[in-house]
Design a protein around this ligand. Structure first.
Ligand code: TGC
Ligand code: FAD
Length: 387
């Protein structure tokens, strides 16, 4: 049973309900997910049977109001849920953050009443799966250059182009696709099976193996007008969704770091070399102290960011600072934990290497470490390094 890492009694800052939800996710991950992750990581598959359970517990679309099938909880609770899910594996958190922040959020924020009614309850329950297509083969950090385009026809749109590295892409029932039109970037709800739409699973990943990643292709794919998100135009549409998901990532990676620290601490107390536990060596202690220090700092950062977001005071650059800091440190923690485990650290009988490999993706997706440096840099200096 995972007991968490809480060196500064951050649980004391949470309400009883918030602590209870944290405990529920923790138990769910221990009981339902930890027993199957090694198999799915080896086979590079996502445990599909877990999806309705995630939905039933309200972990998909945590902030979505009850009228649309969500539990209508706070951003802070959303963060807690992401942290505890990623303690299991980044692929589990990715599934939930794409579904909630990148699919349900734009439908809730920019969709028509009919689109909300059609999709949100089924996405919240896990009956339907969604994905989000912004990145293209030649446009990752710079989505403003996208080539995917939609041309107006009498009763809809003809979509052409390709999206790359799309989480949940080959298992999704609906894809939120961002495409260039004569009126600027628009969002489209492209449904599985629409003629001209194909999704191909990407193989050969060293990272996020227990997560579906796909390439999507659109060849004269007809999308009816009622599948266009009516209430958003421009790049700020997809970028606003990223704010939601990046917030969840800032929390999620702390869960991965906690898992690695917990495992390394316990291993160091039991592993004997030179007739004593390796926990007794000063060099091991320094590694463990660095880990618990960075975890604690990230937890405090997330707590304040969560409260700011719930008060409507968190700006996108606040989220960037937390995503940048927490992912970078979680990756360092996972690598350091791996060294404490020695050769065992490279085995999938332990978690550290799997988390380290996953976190390499997280350092890149949802805005690379460098892009978040430039977002915060722009905010504090008033000078944009992108333009
Ligand atoms: P720029 O000219 O700065 O902005 C264009 C318009 O967007 C507005 N804006 C934002 N709005 C909301 N939230 C934000 N974070 C925003 N950032 C900018 C801006 O005000 C402007 O609005 P308007 O009204 O004036 O038109 O845009 P730019 O082209 O210079 O790009 C800025 C930059 C580089 C920061 C942006 O392109 C960026 O963030 N690039 C990184 C791309 C990225 O993060 N892609 C992620 C893809 S999804 C993914 O990785 C999912 S992983 C899922 C998982 O498994 O968990
Ligand atoms: P590039 O943009 O080509 O960057 C390459 C390098 O150049 C990076 O180090 C970058 O920081 C650096 N660089 C670029 N521009 C600058 C600059 N101006 N200044 C300094 N350095 C710069 N996308 C989606 O749309 N939906 C998804 O669901 C999704 N899921 C993903 C899942 C996984 C497992 C992965 C790995 C990626 C996923 N992505 C998804 C794509 C992800 O968002 C992109 O990979 C990311 O935005 C970076 O784009 P890129 O890979 O094209 O790298």
């Amino acid at each position: 049973m995972f007991l968490g890492v809480d060196y500064y009694r951050i649980a004391d800052l949470l309400s009883e309900d918030e602590r209870m939800i944290q405990q529920t996710v923790r138990e769910f991950v221990d009981e339902q997910f930890m027993p199957v992750i090694q198999k799915h990581h080896r086979e590079s598959t996502f445990p599909m049977e877990i999806i309705p359970k995630l939905g039933a517990l309200g972990f998909l679309g945590v902030t979505v109001p009850e009228e649309f099938g969500g539990p209508g909880l706070s951003n802070l609770v959303y963060g807690i849920v992401m942290q505890e899910l990623e303690r299991g594996d980044t692929g589990l958190r990715s599934f939930a953050s794409v579904q909630g922040s990148l699919v349900m959020f734009p439908i809730k924020a920019y969709g028509s009443p009919e689109q909300k009614k059609q999709w949100l309850p089924k996405l919240a329950s896990g009956e339907k799966i969604g994905c989000f297509g912004l990145t293209e083969p030649d446009f990752g950090s710079n989505p403003g250059g996208m080539l995917t385009n939609a041309k107006k026809t009498t009763d809809g749109w003809l979509l052409n182009g390709a999206k790359m590295w799309i989480t949940n892409g080959s298992i999704a029932d609906v894809a939120v696709i961002w495409a260039r039109t004569d009126e600027g970037v628009n969002g489209f709800l492209v449904e599985k099976g629409m003629p001209g739409f194909t999704a191909s699973k990407l193989d050969g990943k060293f990272s996020l193996r227990a997560s579906d990643t796909a390439e999507l292709s659109f060849q004269d794919c007809f999308v009816p007008e009622e599948n266009r998100l009516p209430n958003i135009r421009g790049l700020k549409g997809p970028l606003s969704c990223l704010n939601e998901a990046r917030f969840g990532i800032a929390w999620g990676v702390v869960g991965a770091a906690m898992a690695c620290y917990d495992e390394a601490l316990s291993y160091s107390k039991n592993r004997i070399q030179f007739n004593r536990p390796i926990a007794g060596f000063q060099l091991t202690q320094e590694k463990l102290v660095e880990m618990v220090t960075e975890i604690t700092k990230a937890q405090l950062l997330n707590y304040q960011l969560g409260r700011m977001k719930d008060e409507g005071k968190a700006k996108h650059y606040h989220v960037s600072l937390a995503k940048r800091n927490n992912v970078n440190n979680a990756l360092k923690i996972a690598r350091s934990a791996r060294t404490i485990l020695g050769a065992n650290g490279i085995s999938d009988e332990y978690q550290a290497m799997r988390h380290a490999m996953n976190l390499e993706s997280v350092l890149t997706y949802e805005g690379t470490h460098e892009i978040h440096t430039l977002i915060v840099g722009e905010n504090i200096t008033g000078e944009s390094a992108f333009k």
